[in-house]
Design a protein around this ligand. Structure first.
Ligand code: FAD
Ligand code: SF4
Ligand code: SF4
Length: 474
């Protein structure tokens, strides 16, 4: 260990840009075993490991790095999977520069340990060697839990509840499990087989899936609550924030998630009529994406792979103030995306179809209460940017669940997030819990996993105490 003084940081190599633009495969090559070993040995085994503190799951990073450096990969896998249900997914798509790696103490002066790449290497090796097995609970319980939503929060909760021996049924309105891991995040960041492999394992462990089942349409929350000993709401955040601008109603001004879902479905082999008729396809078009977060980066890079004629990203702040991961911005720049910093759309121009976006230049004014500088339009700075497709990627809010679920007692915040008692993960309705984006607002996969695990433990405590009280009373 402590090799950071003599060994430089090395990330797994990226595939050539020309190849990346032509296909949908992940852009990083695999870490070779000697590299994973060497890179792990750079860790200084800190007494207070800031990497671990800043990982939402508090993964035992220094110990699994030490085990990897010693070639003890099986033990490294056992350790890393004891705190994370899907380490191979987090290793691929966590914004490590803002979490574990961004807080690695050797980052100042020596560049961080490549924690995410090592985490992915450990779990990919475990899968290759057949070490990853479906959960087999020691004792089967008679109690059942219903989970609404098969995204990472719901899946992590389901797996953890199976470990405790519960019967678990996941209800999802989509035809495939995985939530945004399947229909939001593009294949070039997270290949779909990686998600499907996990869903299969969870299914093999005895969790049942009721797909194409929309709570609010096919059952009420109350009906599910009567059917199960506890219910977990893990429905994510799907209401795309919109732009109230002239021309927004034009048919070729679209929402990011509609666009990404169509692209992901196409990649999965579905026939997508809106893709085939060109409405949600960037091929041969001049594309303008509005937004500066990770969803905007996924849109611009998807458009590149669909052979768009040109791809522009408009963002009203500058590069250093982008909310998205810097790594994602660099990938997009390498792949040929043009960034218009300090620029904001004023109108979508065209009669029946969009022809151009009118764009104003912006400067950053004084910082507001959050510390961020507010963008201010520069008068008479407008110009027109020709466009055949505009994609709005401005973030997401939760849908109005109390209304959709016909559950007025379910308390929500002004932003639509479901209110919970964080010490119990329980909502305002007894026995109904919530986790993931529906509680936090649009967030990250690693936080969804953390919430799912916490909710599973809270549900276990709740059901056990109910069982105890009932046994005492009888
Ligand atoms: P979701 O993944 O949204 O899953 C919710 C599930 O609930 C869905 O399957 C949905 O069909 C189901 N559902 C909703 N309503 C109902 C209903 N009424 N009845 C039945 N089922 C219902 N995070 C990262 O960490 N790294 C990234 O690189 C990253 N990239 C992203 C890219 C995009 C384009 C987007 C949109 C998000 C990205 N995120 C990323 C965020 C991440 O995907 C989410 O934070 C995470 O998926 C939230 O998990 P969840 O389980 O709470 O919800
Ligand atoms: Fe880093 Fe994410 Fe892995 Fe935690 S789960 S160690 S934040 S990559
Ligand atoms: Fe190792 Fe960096 Fe974590 Fe310290 S902060 S234990 S050097 S990975």
């Amino acid at each position: 260990m402590l090799k950071f003084t003599t060994l430089s940081q090395k990330q797994p190599s990226k595939r050539k840009v020309g190849d990346r633009r032509q296909d949908w495969d992940e852009i990083y090559k695999e870490f070779l075993k000697p590299d994973a070993k060497g890179q792990s040995s750079r860790c200084s085994q800190c007494g207070i490991p800031f990497c671990q503190i800043h990982c939402p799951l508090h993964n035992n990073i220094p110990d699994w790095l030490m085990l990897t450096a010693s070639g003890r990969l099986r033990e490294a896998y056992d350790l890393s999977s004891s705190t994370n249900n899907f380490p191979e997914i987090c290793g691929r798509i966590c914004p490590q520069d803002r979490l574990c790696e961004g807080n690695c103490v050797i980052d100042k002066g020596f560049e961080s340990v490549t924690i995410g790449a090592v985490e992915k290497h450990i779990t990919d090796t475990a899968f290759k060697n057949g070490w990853v097995k479906p959960i087999k609970p020691g004792v089967e319980k008679s109690n059942s839990v219903g989970i609404i939503g098969a995204g990472p929060a719901g899946l992590a909760a389901a797996e953890t509840l199976r470990e405790f021996g519960y019967k678990v049924c996941i209800y999802d309105r989509y035809d495939r499990a995985g939530g945004l891991l399947i229909y939001g995040i593009p294949n070039f960041k997270l290949e779909k087989e990686i998600v499907n492999r996990r869903v299969q394992l969870i299914s093999d462990s005895g969790v049942s899936f009721k797909l194409n089942f929309e709570v609010g349409r096919d059952a009420t929350l109350e009906q599910l609550r009567l059917k199960h000993d506890a219910v977990l709401i893990a429905t994510g955040a799907y209401a795309g924030r919109d732009l109230a601008l002239p021309g927004r109603e034009l048919p070729n001004v679209i929402n990011a998630l509609d666009y990404l879902t169509a692209s992901n479905r196409k990649g999965l082999g579905d026939v997508v009529s809106m893709f085939e008729n060109g409405a949600l396809n960037a091929e041969n078009k001049r594309v303008v994406v509005i937004g500066g977060g990770d969803t905007a980066m996924d849109c611009v890079r998807t458009a590149i792979r669909q052979n768009a004629k040109s791809v522009y990203c408009l963002y009203r702040r500058d590069r250093t103030n982008m909310p998205g991961s810097m790594q994602e911005v660099s990938h997009a720049e390498e792949e040929g995306v043009n960034f218009e910093w300090l620029a904001t759309p004023e109108a979508f121009l065209g009669e029946e179809y969009l022809k151009a976006v009118r764009v104003a230049k912006v400067h950053l004014g004084v910082a507001d209460s959050s510390g961020r500088q507010a963008p201010r339009k520069i008068p008479e700075s407008s110009s027109e940017l020709n466009a055949d497709l505009a994609i709005c990627a401005l973030g997401f809010d939760p849908e109005d669940l109390p209304k959709i679920f016909n559950a007025p007692k379910l308390k929500a915040s002004n932003w639509g997030t479901i209110k919970i008692d964080w010490s119990k993960m329980m909502t305002s309705i007894d026995g109904v819990f919530a986790a993931g984006d529906i509680v936090r607002g649009a967030s990250l996969v690693v936080w969804a996993i953390k919430d799912g695990r916490d909710a599973a433990r809270a549900i276990h405590d709740y059901v056990m105490s109910k069982n105890y009280i009932e046994a005492e009373a009888s």
